[in-house]
Every structure is written in structure tokens, then in C-alpha cells.
Design a protein around this ligand. Structure first.
Ligand code: SF4
Ligand code: SF4
Ligand code: FES
Length: 237
């Protein structure tokens, strides 16, 4: 199908539908994402919007549809509006975030429990897994962290986009995604063997081996940068 026909069909499918943003009714295009519907209704997204592509986790949205008691969630940039949708956004979830010196930590369950003792309250209800827009096995990575299986917790949480929705549902008030970050940091710093070339490269950077190249890039014109990007070495597909 040509681009023009697709565009025409999309327009024909599109009509205005009512939705409710923070209690106020608006008419928005039926094909719009929640994010675009917000903007169509006049909201300027200073918070609750980042990449627009489903990877930054900034646009977590809570909604309910008319006649349905269930609270649903989604990423505003990825979820298309539905007629009679009541919605609001969670641009930030006020979660407990531990501060630590990674160098001094050990990759053990005691470290997890020290900074996030609430993890021991997990009742394995899987509310976190059911709500995750990334379909991550959240309960499984929380339980792996609780068993001290840092590697598994790190791997299972790898695709987390920190949207905060799992924490918003947890009856034990656990902050799953910060625990996932801690597990990944512990794994990367203390479990994975250090790459042999890394200390050498760090030394080279400290000694200024790349300063000249760096300065030529930061001083380059936009055209030059575009050309360099086009000419870059890429792995064959
Ligand atoms: S694990 Fe939690 S914070 Fe991470 S993407 Fe899933 S719901 Fe969002
Ligand atoms: S929602 Fe909370 S209590 Fe339930 S499985 Fe997930 S971490 Fe455990
Ligand atoms: S704006 Fe980044 S995930 Fe939606």
C-alpha cells in the first residue's frame, strides 16, 4: 500500500472521541496515542514525556474506561486512546531510592536487604509483573534478588525502563526497579570479570590520548558531523 493511501485510510478511520483528562472532558482523534491526545487537548508535556518511543519510561499513565472498574496502565506514547477513557499521568513515583558507594558493597543478599529491607515483605502476588508495560518478570527478579541470585536479578531486570508502575501496585511497598538497578550494578562491578583492556583505556583517557579528536568533534559543523555519521564504520547486517 502506498504511503498516500495509508495516510488517507488513516484519516478516514480517524474521528473525534471523548476522553477525560484529570476529570475534564476533551474530544481527541481516535487514532492518537495518549501522549498526543494530551497535547491535542492543550497540555504541554514538560514532565511525563521523554523519548516518545517507549524506552525512557517517563510517560507512565493510569486510566480506566467507562463501565469498567479496573484501573489500567500504559505508556502514554505507546497506548492509543479509547472512547470514554479517564486518565491521568504519574510523571514521577515518589519511591525510596537508596544511596550507596558501589565500590564498598558486596554482591550478596545482605546488601540488597540492607538498602531495601522491604523486599522481604514480598508476598509473591505478581501484581508487579502483570502491570509492567515491558512484560518483565518483575516478581521473578525481586525473588532472585531476595535469594541472593544477583546475576539472575540483573539479567531479568535488564530491560526495565524505570517507569515506576510496578511500585505503584506493590502491596508490600517494594521499589522493584531500584532493586533491579542495584542488582545490575552489583553484577557489573563485582561479578562480571573486568575486561582486560579496560584499565588501559581508562589510563589513555586520563592521559588525554583522545582530547584532540574530541575537540575536533565538538568544534565540527553540523554538516561535517552528518557526514562523519554517514561514513562511520558499521557492522555488516
Ligand atoms: S519493572 Fe517496573 S519500573 Fe521497570 S518497566 Fe516494568 S513496571 Fe516499569
Ligand atoms: S507486587 Fe510486590 S509483593 Fe507482589 S510480587 Fe511484586 S514485589 Fe512481590
Ligand atoms: S515518552 Fe519515553 S517511554 Fe513514553
Amino acid at each position: 500500500m502506498s504511503e498516500k493511501i495509508e495516510e488517507r485510510d488513516r484519516k478516514e478511520d480517524m474521528h473525534l472521541i471523548p476522553i477525560y483528562i484529570m476529570g475534564k472532558e476533551y474530544a481527541v482523534p481516535s487514532t492518537a496515542t495518549i501522549l498526543k491526545a494530551f497535547e491535542y487537548s492543550g497540555y504541554k508535556m514538560l514532565l511525563g514525556c521523554g523519548c516518545r518511543g517507549g524506552i525512557c519510561g517517563a510517560c507512565a499513565t493510569v486510566y480506566r474506561t467507562e463501565g469498567d472498574y479496573r484501573i489500567k496502565v500504559g505508556l502514554a506514547c505507546q497506548t492509543v486512546v479509547e472512547e470514554g477513557m479517564f486518565l491521568t499521568q504519574i510523571p514521577f513515583f515518589p519511591a525510596n531510592k537508596a544511596v550507596y558507594d558501589l565500590e564498598k558493597l558486596k554482591p550478596t543478599v545482605n546488601t540488597i536487604l540492607r538498602y531495601y529491607p522491604e523486599i522481604a515483605r514480598c508476598v509473591s502476588c505478581n501484581s508487579c509483573g502483570k502491570i509492567c508495560p515491558q512484560d518483565i518478570k518483575v516478581m521473578e527478579y525481586v525473588n532472585a534478588a531476595l535469594r541472593g541470585d544477583i546475576k539472575k536479578a540483573a539479567e531479568l531486570s535488564f530491560e526495565c525502563i524505570m517507569c515506576g508502575l510496578c511500585a505503584s501496585r506493590c502491596p508490600a511497598e517494594i521499589v522493584q526497579y531500584h532493586i533491579g538497578v542495584l542488582a545490575r550494578r552489583l553484577y557489573a562491578r563485582h561479578i562480571v570479570p573486568e575486561a582486560p583492556d579496560l584499565p588501559l583505556r581508562v589510563k589513555e583517557i586520563a592521559e588525554g590520548a583522545f582530547e584532540e579528536e574530541f575537540e575536533s568533534l565538538t568544534g565540527a559543523s553540523e554538516e561535517k558531523l552528518i557526514q562523519l555519521y554517514k561514513d562511520r564504520d558499521i557492522e555488516p547486517v
